[in-house]
Ligand binder design. Structure first.
Ligand code: NAP
Ligand code: ZN
Length: 355
């Protein structure tokens, strides 16, 4: 319980207490709203596959799972209180929070707008600590968040915000590499894995003007893929179809959450083609050098995006009418959503209604 004399913000969320536990109601305190902070009443929080990897401790020992864990980094809501020095937000504004909530602000990464790679380690929205390295962070499967205004995003979308929440991770994670690698008219882009990230990748690449193909293990998703803006669909379990598509693409955005044959996907790239890996299976990738050497191919990585670029992505999505296709659930269905996501049975992002 929070002592009555503090102005700490009493918060209700859903936590898991070990890698096999079910989510349970969990009460905790957010910090008092400081001069540069905003208090956001959370309306929706997306379920990213990263939440599942972390809640189930799949990324250990690289990334330890700290319990109790309240996941959630695709957060949208309304500002209900602002500190004295806040200039970016006023009460009533829609606002978003992504994967991190603070960074040192001084290192070359922060100064170049890549706060996600802060040399001191940015403060992740959950399963981490504040920059003091002591205060635990809890994520958006909760009803309130207190955050420095510089790390909150302006949400200019109107109407229901459920389809906006996933932009805060799935949106920026796909937008940043598509932009970096010059996706636009005349480019042949393939998106591997049609889940939360993948469906945003298809929508954003199509909005950028590229010709988009989905590489999927789920033939039942073909009609959806075309509805999202893809003009091609390749079932990657159909060996003959994969062979026929050798050398077809300029860029592959690999959003696959489980181990797969990276060499097979690289074979689909044309000369000087680039495969950007954003999906993060826990095991190391077996890579054949010849998959890269033949055709001067590039394999690259990408992790979310900085604050300025996330804002740019949100504004791009408003301009192009891009939101996520979501299935809104109540918090008592988190496990069911996790199990369905792992089975690739997500169309295309579960979003928890935290209202
Ligand atoms: P998701 O909704 O579960 O989508 C992943 C998709 O991958 C599935 O829907 C499925 O699509 C495909 N897939 C699953 N198992 C497969 C297999 N064995 N072989 C081939 N394809 C398979 O997950 P998500 O939320 O989009 O996240 C995807 C990955 O990105 C996760 O590992 C997550 O941690 C990571 N991530 C990375 C960043 C970053 O900054 N780099 C940010 C967020 C998330 P089909 O049914 O179409 O085959
Ligand atoms: Zn995420």
């Amino acid at each position: 319980m929070i002592p009555a004399e503090t102005k700490a913000v009493a918060t209700r969320g859903y936590a898991t207490h070990n890698k096999e536990a079910k989510f349970e109601p969990f009460e905790f305190a957010r910090r008092e709203v400081g001069p540069n902070d905003v208090l956001i009443d959370i309306e929706y929080c997306g379920i990213c596959h990263t939440d599942i990897h972390q809640a189930r401790a799949e990324w250990e020992p690289m990334i330890p799972a700290i319990y109790p864990m309240v996941p959630g980094h695709e957060i949208v809501g309304r500002v209900t209180q602002v500190g004295d020095k806040v200039t970016k937000f006023k009460v009533g504004d829609a606002a978003g929070i992504g994967c991190f909530i603070d960074s040192c602000g001084e290192c070359p990464a922060c100064l170049s707008g890549n706060e996600q790679f802060c040399f001191k380690g940015c403060a992740m929205s959950y399963n981490g600590t504040e920059m003091d390295r002591t205060t635990r962070t809890y994520g958006g499967y909760s009803n309130k968040y207190v955050i420095n205004e510089d790390y909150a995003l302006k949400v200019n979308a109107t109407g229901d915000l459920s389809g906006v929440a996933p932009l805060l991770c799935a949106g920026i994670t796909t937008y940043a590499p598509l932009k970096k690698w010059g996706v636009g008219p005349g480019k042949k882009v393939a998106v591997a894995g049609l889940g939360g990230l993948g469906h945003m990748g298809v929508k954003i690449a199509a909005a950028m003007g590229a010709e988009v193909t989905v590489l999927s293990t789920s033939p039942s998703k073909e009609a959806d893929a075309r509805g999202l803006g893809a003009t091609g669909f390749l079932n990657t379990r159909d060996e003959a179809a994969v062979k026929a598509a050798t050398g077809s693409f300029d860029l592959i955005l690999d959003t696959i959450a489980a181990m797969h044959d990276y060499n097979l996907y690289l074979s689909l790239l044309g000369l000087n083609g680039v495969m950007v890996v954003v999906g993060a299976p826990s095991e190391p990738i077996p890579l054949n050098a010849f998959s890269l050497i033949g055709g001067n191919k590039v394999i690259a990585g990408s992790m979310i995006g900085g604050i300025a670029e996330t804002q740019e992505m949100l504004d791009f999505c408003v301009e192009h009418g891009v939101t996520s296709d979501v299935e809104v659930i109540t918090p008592d269905r988190i496990e069911e959503a996790y199990d369905r996501t792992v089975k690739s049975d997500v169309r295309y992002r579960f979003v928890i209604d935290m209202k």
